[in-house]
Ligand binder design. Structure first.
Ligand SMILES: [Zn+2]
Length: 326
């Protein structure tokens, strides 16, 4: 994919996350010229779609009221990327919600919708360090664990439209229960929530002194940044928990490499950004143990480059590409 906009054309990239929502206005060189970012939680009388519309309008105002040609949207799924219908997102209370149509009606432009982590992967592919590759896997361990798969230069959606649920690969058949109801999912073993609950237990029995002093045993406060600080301050057992989760991340990556043989595997998300060295070390060890040696020679494993902007940038690339096809 080589998304192209002509001089004087602008698009919006919208990232609808579980904790924050962000809209960015891009110029024809895909430079961000306006931005609006707010917490996802809306007020009592505000529908999420109204909040989203407001965020897009504020980003356009921030960009100097430029005329926009289209909106690309990264939303939590499952969703239908063909129609822009969100099938079910408990967080936002949407069921069979025609998000693409709603935004298209509100702004009078074309709208393209895809899964947020798919677009994070697309952003890293189009604008990051793996431009030259045709087969790319993105893995983003954070509060949950998401991923995206690009095969032969295209996002892979599968029969359902929702392929790429890497967080729900089974890594331990008798492992802990996952939010999805199954046992032993990658996400149940290695997401920030999984790590934080183990660390909270350590803090409760005084085995994580830095965490106990700074967060108590409050899961919500044990976020990636403070976990990294606890390790820097010598909380050894906290480091052990993170290393185990990072190793599982490597096992998941090895499974994906064995099946898909990508040229690049991009590792991003809050945990990797906060503790890149631990993650790269453990992932490298796990890959050596669990990847077919012949396949390992063909893949580059690298940290993501775009950080918080990856989804919005991928969304901008998606809508630009869609406009070119029209
Ligand atoms: Zn699961």
């Amino acid at each position: 994919m080589k998304p192209v906009l002509n001089a004087g054309e602008f698009v919006v990239g919208l990232d609808i996350g579980g904790t924050k929502m962000m809209a960015c206005v891009f110029d024809h060189k895909f430079k961000i010229i306006g931005r609006c970012r707010k917490k996802s939680k809306s007020g009592k009388d505000e529908k999420p779609e109204d909040r989203i519309e407001k965020i897009v309008r504020e980003a356009i105002t921030d960009a100097g009221e430029v005329p926009i040609r289209g909106i690309g949207v990264g939303s939590p799924g499952p969703l239908d990327p063909g129609t822009g219908v969100i099938i079910d997102t408990p967080n936002l209370g949407w069921k069979k919600f025609p998000l693409g149509q709603v935004l298209s009606d509100a702004f009078g432009v074309h709208v393209a919708v895809d899964n947020d982590v798919n677009l994070g992967t697309l952003g890293e592919w189009v604008f990051g360090k793996v431009k030259d590759c045709k087969n790319v896997v993105g893995l983003f361990p954070g509060t949950g664990i998401g991923g995206g798969i690009i095969v032969d230069g295209k996002l892979y959606h599968g029969a359902s439209g929702s392929a790429g649920e890497v967080g729900h690969m089974t890594l331990e058949i008798d492992g802990p229960y996952c939010g999805c109801g199954k046992r032993g999912c990658f996400e149940a073993l290695a997401s920030r929530v999984a790590i934080a609950s183990q660390i909270a237990a350590l803090a409760a029995r005084d085995d994580a002194p830095y965490i106990l002093r700074n967060c108590g045993t409050d899961l919500g406060k044990i976020r990636s940044g403070v976990i990294a600080k606890a390790i820097d301050n010598g909380d050894k057992m906290v480091e052990g928990v993170v290393r185990k989760a990072a190793f599982y991340t490597g096992v998941a990556a090895a499974n994906l490499i064995n099946v898909l043989s990508p040229e690049a595997l991009v590792l991003g998300g809050g945990l990797v950004e906060a503790m890149p060295n631990i993650y790269m070390e453990e992932v490298t060890t796990a890959l050596k143990q669990h990847t077919m040696p012949f396949l390992l020679k063909f893949v580059r494993v690298m940290p993501a480059k775009l950080g918080d902007d990856a989804v919005a940038m991928g969304a901008a690339a998606l809508i630009a590409d869609r406009l070119n096809q029209k």
